[in-house]
Design a protein around this ligand. Structure first.
Ligand code: SAM
Ligand code: GLN
Length: 287
């Protein structure tokens, strides 16, 4: 197919939308528009204003490449390098976990608890969405953001810079199973890997392009919750809060892990996501 076969941007969009749809990509019209906006490096509004414009050969080649990438399941966010979270625009690149809407429930739950948290630890910061949004919500906070992945830390640092909070976040490369905290925090927050190892290959094909280390929660998906509870006994202030994201079917087990740790108040709350599934567990360290 050459650009002569498409008289305008609109023709190319219509072709891509129907091709993507045929291959099972949801929201195919929107995706086609987002991909073409990326080719032209303009926003969607501008793209829609140029529907009648003719196409360049090079632009069409790039567009067709993006469409083919989507069809093999390569995530849209790794092409556009963008994902919105809590109404902020975040940069994300291949090798780093793509932020999910469900994680907004975690941030909103923390926001609703207290007017301020001063010292916050974000375990497994990924692209930095939790650390950056909390830094903006709590302007007096100082945040430590930990991740094993160098790439994630670079990505998160870019996002902190982009949103003007780089000076209040310390990024640390470390493995939660070995890292020894040297200070105490008022809030420990985490969206850890929580998919049981054996279930990872059963997930949607898009997910296979994301780093497995960001998803794999060990044989039962729970190993990070045991470690987080242990870590809290070493670094969470009495009265401080532990807030975590969980898989939809893990509430009972995670509550039990936190209960058995013996350091948290008995009221361990479970909150639901917008789909009505259990998504967040929150508890407070005993005074
Ligand atoms: N917080 C981000 C978010 O909500 O989008 C990323 C969450 S992702 C599910 C989990 C993150 O934990 C990944 O960035 C991964 O690199 C990191 N991680 C995995 N194993 C880790 C470990 N042993 N120690 C520290 N971080 C780890
Ligand atoms: N919510 C992610 C998914 O199922 C998993 C995230 C995680 O392991 N923290 O796509």
């Amino acid at each position: 197919m050459t650009s002569r076969e498409f008289k305008s941007v609109k023709d190319a969009l219509l072709w891509a939308a129907s091709y993507l749809q045929k291959k099972g990509v949801e929201n195919s019209r929107l995706e086609a528009e987002v991909l073409f906006s990326k080719v032209l490096e303009v926003d969607r509004g501008k793209l829609l204003a140029s529907l009648k414009d003719p196409l360049g050969e090079e632009q069409l080649e790039r567009f067709k490449f993006f469409v083919a990438e989507r069809i093999r399941g390569y995530p849209l966010q790794y092409i556009t390098h963008e994902q919105e979270f809590m109404s902020l625009n975040f940069y994300v690149e291949e090798g780093v976990f793509i932020p999910r809407g469900d994680t907004e429930v975690l941030v909103e739950a923390v926001m609703s608890l207290e007017k301020k948290f001063e010292k916050i630890l974000d375990v497994g910061t990924g692209s930095g969405i939790i650390a950056v949004t909390l830094a903006k919500i709590f302007p007096e906070s100082r945040i430590t953001a930990l991740d094993v992945s160098e790439k994630a830390l670079e990505n998160a640092s870019l996002n902190a810079e982009k949103h003007g909070v780089r000076d209040r976040i310390i990024f640390i490369k470390g493995d939660i199973f070995f890292w020894q905290p040297k200070e105490f925090f008022d809030l420990v927050v985490s969206n850890p890997p929580y998919i049981p190892s054996g279930d990872i290959l059963k997930l949607q094909k898009e997910i296979s392009f994301e780093p497995i280390k960001a998803l794999d929660g060990g044989p039962d998906g729970l190993k990070f919750y045991y470690r987080l509870a242990e870590l809290c006994s070493a670094c969470l202030h009495p009265g401080g809060v532990l807030a975590v994201e969980i898989g939809w079917n893990q509430a009972r087990e995670v509550r039990k892990i936190f209960y058995d740790a013996g350091i948290f108040e008995n009221e361990i709350k479970v909150l639901k996501d917008y789909g009505g599934r259990d998504r967040v567990v929150i508890c407070r360290r005993k005074l």
